[in-house]
Design a protein around this ligand. Structure first.
Ligand code: SAH
Ligand code: SF4
Ligand code: F3S
Length: 458
């Protein structure tokens, strides 16, 4: 997961927005990049049925909130937003409010029962049905479709990149997840794992090339399980096809899975200059007993071997991770194993979370959530403190180096500075000169913080 919010660039002027005479859709997106990609599909579906997108919530005829269930606080945030939407609806009776995405799938009709203000509930595999469901809701009925599918990949739809910087785009290559990690709600909210037709992926890449995009991120909960036509095309082969199709575009992917990430993928990365040297490889815990309880399917040693393979085959690769603290029955020593694997792996970056019990998952049904909340917080803080130190050390090693940076926008702090990322996915801020958003710029790093590299363009 990338912090898409933090460095959000100004919105591209989009002629498709606010078209007069059309019904107005306001859409808000929470959760992972998959949801960002899905919202683009949702807009594509509704645009064909007379909607245009608005950024002004007060103008909306329909408000959709694309939701996340991954942790309890993700859901709490959305319930907070729903309160605001409801207050708007009180003044505008024919406004429709729809909950889509993972919370829609998890809570289903409970969302309609608990709140008379919610008109629509639509799960991640039912977006093609949106025009019909919106029409139903317009006629005053509550509308719901939360059917999951074994086949749906929306392969033929062209996402509308309504909130894009025009530089970088997400392309879903698969949907769902079959891993069933014991803490995780995704297999329930997103359904079975399925891969998208490679031809349709390449077609979407061509559309991005036509629009002069400079970077694409291939998305899946476990991209290493990509499998088209019973082994005809695996993830490494797909990656190669994409790299060849778009030699001048940066190619990224997320998320890699330690159990399944092959050396073949690593060799493909090292072979193509346009595939970014960056892997997000969530470890979750550094302790083998906890990993087994999490049903991750690998041990500490296996994970370390995979990191060694990355360092060997793609020596300049940036590596980031996800960590959960305070999973059921985790002891102090086991938590130390997480700290020690972080120290060993020297991650460039990490997303760090307290364990949040999710209803009906294997862990919720079988293990008591027995690490007290303040202890989870304490462990999380240790993990965050260590990661800040590791990120700073990693950035300090880059001072003096020259990187190619793809410019994504103007720095929030100064109009005179631009920001972008290097191949390793580190944020680089540098002086503007005559460079434009979308340029590839050679930047020499002169200073850093734990979060950012500071440089001068050459
Ligand atoms: N498919 C990806 C992750 C998707 S969810 C993978 O397996 O690597 C993103 C991250 O949220 C996970 O990596 C995990 O660290 C965190 N997460 C998932 N469920 C969680 C839970 N119940 N409590 C806390 N964090 C959780
Ligand atoms: Fe959840 Fe595990 Fe699937 Fe990731 S791989 S989405 S953590 S079940
Ligand atoms: Fe993504 Fe959250 Fe759903 S992380 S898959 S939006 S539960």
């Amino acid at each position: 997961m990338i912090d898409i919010q933090e460095y959000k660039t100004p919105q591209q002027t989009n002629l498709l927005k606010n078209q007069s005479g059309k019904k107005k859709l306001y859409i808000e997106t929470y959760g992972c990049q998959m949801n960002v990609a899905d919202s683009e599909l949702v807009v594509s579906v509704l645009q064909k049925h007379g909607f245009s997108v608005t950024d002004d919530i007060q103008q909306a005829d329909v408000i959709l909130v694309n939701t996340c269930s991954i942790r309890e606080n993700a859901e709490t945030r959305v319930f907070g937003r729903l309160e605001l939407f409801k207050s708007i609806k009180k003044k505008k009776r024919n406004l429709l409010i729809g909950v889509i995405g993972c919370m829609a799938e998890r809570l289903k009709k409970q969302l309609l029962e608990d709140s008379r203000m919610v008109d629509l509930v639509v799960g991640p595999d039912a977006y093609r049905d949106l025009p019909k469901l919106v029409a139903e809701a317009e006629s005053g009925q509550k509308a719901i479709n939360v059917l999951l599918s074994r086949e749906e990949t929306y392969a033929d739809l062209s996402p509308v990149r309504y909130d894009s910087n025009g530089i970088s785009a997400f392309v879903s290559i698969m949907r769902g997840c079959d891993n069933m990690c014991s803490y995780c709600v995704v297999p329930f909210t997103r359904g079975r794992e399925r891969s998208r037709d490679p031809e349709s992926i390449l077609r979407e890449i061509q559309e991005l090339l036509d629009l002069e995009y400079k970077e694409v991120t291939l998305l899946g909960q476990n991209v290493d399980k990509y499998n088209w036509n019973n082994g005809e095309i695996n993830f490494a082969q797909l990656l190669e096809k994409v790299a060849l199709k778009a030699p001048n575009m940066r190619i990224r992917f997320s998320t890699s899975y330690p159990q399944d990430m092959t050396n073949e993928v690593l060799y493909t990365m090292s072979k193509y200059q346009n595939i970014c040297k960056y892997i997000h490889l969530p470890v979750q815990s550094g302790n083998s007993r906890i990993l087994e309880k999490m049903k991750r399917g690998y041990s500490r040693e296996w994970y370390m071997e995979r990191i060694e393979a990355i360092r060997r085959i793609v020596p300049d690769c940036g590596i980031s991770t996800d960590i959960i603290t305070g999973f059921c029955s985790e002891t102090q020593e086991e938590h130390q194993d997480t700290l020690s694997i972080m120290q060993w792996a020297k991650y460039e970056f990490a997303y760090m979370f307290k364990y949040s019990e999710r209803p009906n998952t294997f862990a919720a049904r079988n293990f008591p959530d027995d690490v007290p909340d303040d202890e989870k917080t304490r462990r999380l803080q240790e993990v965050i403190d260590l990661q800040n130190k590791l990120s700073l050390e990693s950035n300090q090693k880059d001072v003096g180096k020259i990187f190619e940076v793809l410019v994504e926008g103007t720095s929030k702090k100064s109009e005179e500075r631009l920001f972008g990322r290097n191949s390793q996915n580190k944020v680089v801020v540098f002086n503007k000169k005559n460079h434009q958003i979308g340029d590839f710029v050679q930047v020499k790093i002169v200073d850093c913080s734990s979060a950012t590299l500071l440089g001068e363009s050459l």
